[in-house]
Design a protein around this ligand. Structure first.
Ligand code: ADP
Ligand code: MG
Length: 259
C-alpha cells in the first residue's frame, strides 16, 4: 500500500512554551529534566522527537498528555473551529494493555473517562479494532497476540476517542524491524486516507531512520537537561526509501548532530 500525501496547513494545534521540569524537590536541587522547552505542532504534520535515553522525551510527552504537571511553562492547545480543545491520546512502548482483559475490553477502556454509554462504547471499540486490522481478535487476550498485534490494540485504544493529537512514545521500539515497518505504514495510510480524524502526530523515538521515514519535522533533543537542540525539516517525498541516497545523507547528518 502506498503512503498518500497529506496536505499540510499552517494552523497551529499545540504551543508549548518555556516548559521546565525537575524530578525531586525544587530548592533541594532535584534532577532538571526539561529546561525551557519550546515546541509548536501544526495540523497535518508528523513531528519526531529524537534523543538519547534519559533526555526527557517521555517527560515531555507525559506533560502534553496531562499525566504530569510541569514545574514551569505553558502547554496551550488551540481550540478548533467549534471552540473545543483538541483531545489527546497516547501510545506506549510496552503497549500498556491489561492482560486480564480481552482486546475489546482493553479498547473500550479508552472510552472509560468519557462516560460513553456501554452500547456506544462497544460499537466504537469494534470499529476501531476493525480499522486497525484486528477484526476477529475482539475476544482474544493480549498474551495470545504477537507484539505487533498487541501494539495494534494499543493504537485502537488510542484512536477510539477520536483524538486530535496522537502522542506516541517509542511505539515501535519493542517490535522487530519488519513488524514495525508494517504498523508504521498502516497507520500513516489510514491517516492519509482520512479514516482517522487525527490532526497531528508527535512521535518519540531514538531511532534516526524511523524518524526520517515518518516525520515531516524532527526535533533533536539534547540531554542533561533536555532541550530542543536542533530542528530538521524532512523534505523527502512519501513513501520514503531508506536506501535512497538523500535519505542516507539526512540520516548521517542527523547522526552527526546528535553525537
Ligand atoms: P527519555 O524518555 O528521553 O528516556 P525520561 O523523560 O523518561 O527520558 O526521563 C528523563 C530523566 O528523568 C531520566 O534521568 C530519568 O531517570 C528521570 N525520571 C523519569 N521519570 C522519573 C520519575 N518519575 N521520578 C524521578 N526521575 C525520573
Ligand atoms: Mg522514554
Amino acid at each position: 500500500m502506498a503512503t498518500l500525501a497529506r496536505t499540510a496547513t499552517a494552523n497551529t494545534l499545540l504551543k508549548v512554551e518555556h516548559l521546565t521540569h525537575r524530578y525531586g524537590k525544587v530548592g533541594s536541587g532535584g534532577l532538571l529534566v526539561l529546561d525551557d522547552v519550546d515546541l509548536t505542532l501544526r495540523e497535518n504534520e508528523v513531528v519526531g522527537l529524537l534523543g538519547r535515553s534519559g533526555s526527557g522525551k517521555s517527560t515531555l510527552l507525559r506533560s502534553i498528555a496531562g499525566l504530569i504537571r510541569p514545574d514551569e511553562g505553558a502547554i496551550d492547545f488551540v481550540p478548533d473551529e467549534h471552540g473545543a480543545a483538541p483531545s489527546v491520546s497516547m501510545v506506549f512502548q510496552t503497549f500498556a494493555l491489561f492482560p486480564w482483559l480481552t482486546v475489546l475490553q482493553n479498547v473500550e477502556l479508552g472510552l472509560e473517562a468519557q462516560r460513553v454509554p456501554a452500547e456506544e462504547r462497544r460499537t466504537r471499540a469494534l470499529a476501531a479494532i476493525d480499522l486497525i486490522g484486528l477484526d476477529g481478535f475482539e475476544n482474544a487476550y493480549p498474551k495470545e497476540l504477537s507484539g505487533g498485534m498487541r501494539q495494534r490494540v494499543g493504537l485502537a485504544r488510542a484512536i477510539v476517542v477520536n483524538p486530535s493529537l496522537l502522542l506516541m512514545d517509542e511505539p515501535f521500539s519493542a517490535l522487530d524491524v519488519l513488524t514495525a515497518e508494517t504498523l508504521r505504514t498502516d497507520l500513516l495510510d489510514l491517516w492519509a486516507e482520512g479514516r482517522m480524524p487525527i490532526k497531528s502526530i508527535l512521535i518519540v523515538t531514538h531511532n534516526i531512520e524511523e524518524a526520517v521515514l515518518m516525520c515531516d519535522r524532527i526535533l533533536v533533543f539534547s540531554s542533561n537537561p533536555g532541550r530542543v537542540a536542533a530542528e530538521i525539516k524532512v523534505d523527502l517525498p512519501q513513501p520514503r526509501d531508506r536506501l535512497d541516497p538523500p535519505f542516507r545523507a539526512l540520516v548521517d547528518d542527523i547522526y552527526a548532530r546528535m553525537t
